[in-house]
Write a protein that binds this ligand. Structure first.
Ligand SMILES: *Cc1c(COP(=O)(O)O)cnc(C)c1O
Length: 384
């Protein structure tokens, strides 16, 4: 078990991840597979730990953005089928085949190059991506779709395992554009001579709202981590999600300021009365961004404002009372009756909840809890 020597850490509640996947499993129509999306180190949570937990809870496949992320999972002993959602290089098809990693395909010229470079016999599985209105990756026209299907058909180690699309607005209350994309997908599917074994379109928002239109697999990302795909549809979700990510630190210094004394770079904060100021060892290099300056944290079960500019490795808070060095500070999570959710942080940063755990850097160690016990500690500095 890794050790760390720093009073700032993330706790990952794998029981919450398990429950979020198991609840989805019960909620989806019989026979719908769950692909757990663990790209970006499982949205900052920890790729292998989340993957293993999701598989245990009923997910049958994994998805990442890049081949390197899939290879990292293989290195960590994850054996389940993995799909790379993003673009890969045609040169890397042999590597993907060797590690049984499925790739996304959306261009015939890419596929021609891949077929000319790959003369192995190990099968390589492809999922064809269709652009139904996201405007990111995917085929858009019938001829190109048919060319890709024919190329795969002609090159025996290549197997068309799946076809999919991605929604741009499944997390919005208005469903017009979602319906347009869904209808477009149905239309485009008919361009293929036959449907591959996996057909999928639903992200978390679509899986939870339109499970009757999920074909035979959903790609479950943000809500596996216990987060609503958007604040607008939070009230529309069919069951409660459990947040897995919390962020903590400890007071490493406590001092009394006299009226007029200043705090941090720029001396932008001035004590108005006698005030107790605590220093915590987390800063913008950890993803606790400077824009959080006027936000707050929890200490002693109460809210404490962040005062002065956030530094690279540290920041200061105004304490509700003198508290001893070593007192636990919660930046995301619960203390007593008070909660700071990822949504609260996202709102302060004027961004989406997805961005918050992804931004908390790997310099912050992760402690994984399973069955309410510490299962693993991972100090990710300098590691994959
Ligand atoms: C990230 C991603 C998902 C997961 O989306 P969530 O909103 O997090 O559930 C699904 N599909 C694709 C193609 C993605 O890139």
């Amino acid at each position: 078990m890794d050790e760390f020597h720093r009073d700032t850490w993330v706790e990952i509640d794998l029981d919450a991840i398990y429950d979020n996947v198991a609840n989805l499993r019960r909620f989806l129509p019989e026979g719908t597979q769950i692909m757990a999306v663990v790209k970006a180190n499982a949205y900052g949570h920890g790729d292998a730990q989340v993957a293993a937990t999701a598989l245990e809870a009923g997910a049958s496949r994994l998805a990442v953005a890049f081949l390197d992320e899939a290879l990292a999972l293989r290195k960590k002993g994850i054996d389940a089928p993995i799909l790379v959602l993003g673009a890969s290089r045609p040169e890397d098809v042999a590597l993907a085949a060797e590690h049984r990693i499925a790739l996304t395909v959306f261009r015939s010229d890419w596929l021609e190059k891949a077929s000319s470079l790959y003369n192995g016999s190990t099968p390589i599985h492809f999922h064809l991506k269709m652009d139904t209105g996201m405007g990111r990756l995917g085929v858009k026209d019938e001829e190109e779709t048919k060319r890709i299907a024919a190329l795969i058909d002609r090159h025996p180690p290549f197997v068309l395992e799946g076809v999919y699309t991605h929604f741009a607005t499944a997390d919005e209350v208005n469903t017009d554009y979602f319906s347009y994309q869904y209808a477009r997908f149905l239309h485009m599917l008919d361009w293929l001579p036959s449907r591959p074994s996996l057909v999928h379109c639903a992200n978390s928002a679509a899986a939870l709202r339109f499970s009757d239109r999920a074909f035979n697999m959903v790609r479950f990302g943000i809500s596996m981590y216990g987060l609503a795909p958007s604040p607008d549809i939070k009230p529309l979700l069919p069951y409660e999600l459990k947040e897995a990510f919390s962020l903590h630190s400890r007071l490493v210094h406590v001092k009394k300021l006299q009226p007029g004394e200043k705090v941090s770079y720029g001396a932008t904060y001035t004590a108005q009365t006698e005030e107790w100021i605590g220093t915590i060892p987390i800063g913008y290099a950890d993803g606790w961004l400077r824009r959080l300056q006027h936000f707050h944290v929890l200490v002693g079960g109460r809210r404490a404002p962040i005062v002065g500019r956030i530094c690279m490795d540290q920041c200061m808070i105004r304490l509700p009372e003198p508290l001893p060095v070593g007192t636990k500070v919660t930046l995301i999570g619960r203390q007593g009756d008070e909660v700071i959710s990822i949504d609260d942080v996202a709102r302060h940063l004027d961004t989406i909840n997805y961005e918050v755990p992804c931004t908390i850097g790997y310099r912050v160690p992760r402690i994984f809890f399973r069955n309410k016990r510490i299962m693993e500690v991972r100090n990710a500095v300098g590691r994959g």
